[in-house]
Design a protein around this ligand. Structure first.
Ligand SMILES: *Cc1c(COP(=O)(O)O)cnc(C)c1O
Length: 368
């Protein structure tokens, strides 16, 4: 097990899968297109520092994160020279901290520039255009022109990149995607000189749309081997290899008689004599209450979660007796069968992104 951890519930991250997804994407992209590994949110639950190491070993050219603290953690861990871009809004008061650590920030609003403290080092900025996502970014050419002028006047501000983000790149209907792309190209055409990096693609755009003319992609969900959406799962250019498995072990086994109940609210009642097992994982680990009724795998056989999921534990109905210590698969392969994060997502009516992001820091992660 992992040193420093003392619980029989763990995540295994397969580094080869992450490396294969990056290598396949690199081969799919035009030559010279940089792949930036998106490692925000603890690398979508996979573990930021270890995933960053794996991604770098597979040729990732930089990293994207959501908040400044994630960027600082990467620098602290020894990623001293790679490009690190913070995609989210960093309060202007922290600009010097970013500048000193050579962390690139997103410029999405004119006011942010006026709030900047006196800079003590060069700060690199990626200007974000809101072409239809409606989240962060400049929406018109006038503001963009004023910003160009301001950036040109300030020698300690480096205009390193320009980018946008798509709202519907994970859908088969490309109408809205094309509208966003046209808006981006319209706004971008007014800017001179061209910044070093021009990037638009998240995983789905990087997989499905030609990246000629752009020189970096922000590769997130697909790097982890997870599909950006069920809708495009059948039109991906190569097979994604899921990296994350989630396991636990049975800590107690008991035989219920007809009429016996389990867990809070006594909502589940055995209809006949049956074996159930208690597992040491619950909603505080990110395995939320909505998973009641979902089936896990015990030695290649399905075992349904019965009764309410507790904070730290849950109960499954076994197809037959299994001893304490038997391994149980929540996500991953067991015998001939497999539970995918996509299947788990369907059960709790969400997307695979949320399933793995939810897995809390208190679950140890093993890398192999
Ligand atoms: C999270 C994020 C990405 C990565 O998206 P995936 O769908 O996971 O590839 C790219 N760009 C921005 C701006 C993001 O916020």
């Amino acid at each position: 097990m992992v040193t420093g951890w003392h619980r029989p519930t763990w995540i295994e991250v397969n580094g080869d899968a992450i490396r294969a997804n990056i290598t396949n994407e690199k081969a799919h992209l035009p030559a010279e297109t940089a792949v930036w590994a998106v490692v925000k949110a603890n690398a979508y639950g996979h573990g930021i520092i270890e995933v960053a190491k794996i991604a770098k070993s597979a040729g990732a050219d930089g990293f994207c994160v959501a908040i400044l603290d994630e960027a600082l953690a990467l620098r602290e861990a020894g990623f001293t020279s790679e490009l690190i871009l913070v995609l989210g809004a960093v309060p202007a008061e922290y600009a010097n901290l970013a500048a000193e650590k050579q962390i690139s920030l997103t410029l999405f609003d004119e006011n942010w520039l006026t709030e900047l403290p006196v800079l003590t080092a060069k700060l690199s900025l990626h200007v974000k255009l809101d072409t239809g996502m409606g989240r962060l970014g400049f929406r018109n050419g006038e503001a963009l022109k004023r910003v160009s002028t301001k950036l040109a006047e300030q020698p300690l501000l480096e205009w390193e990149g320009i980018y946008t983000h798509f709202a519907t790149a994970d859908q088969k209907d490309t109408t809205y995607y094309e509208e966003q792309l046209a808006k981006f190209e319209g706004l971008f055409s007014e800017i001179k000189p061209r910044p070093r990096f021009v990037h638009v693609a998240n995983s789905s755009a990087a997989l499905l749309h030609d990246q000629t003319g752009f020189n970096a992609v922000r590769f997130g969900i697909a790097m982890y081997g997870l599909t950006p959406s069920d809708e495009i799962a059948d039109i991906l250019p190569f097979e994604l290899q899921p990296a994350l498995s989630l396991y636990t072990k049975i800590v107690q086994v008991k035989q219920l008689q007809a009429g016996d109940c389990v867990s809070y609210g006594a909502t589940y009642q055995a209809a006949q004599e049956e074996w159930v097992a208690t597992l040491p994982i619950g909603y505080a680990d990110g395995w939320i209450r909505k998973y009641t009724g979902f089936s896990l795998l015990v030695e290649g056989e399905y075992a349904e979660i019965v009764g309410r999921v507790c904070m730290d534990q849950l109960i499954i109905r076994l197809p037959r007796y299994y001893p304490v210590g038997t391994k149980v698969t929540l996500i991953g392969k067991s015998g001939e069968k497999q539970i995918t994060a996509e299947e788990a997502a369907r059960k709790i009516e969400t997307i695979d992104y949320e399933v793995t992001c939810l897995l809390s820091e208190r679950i140890p992660r093993i890398y192999n």
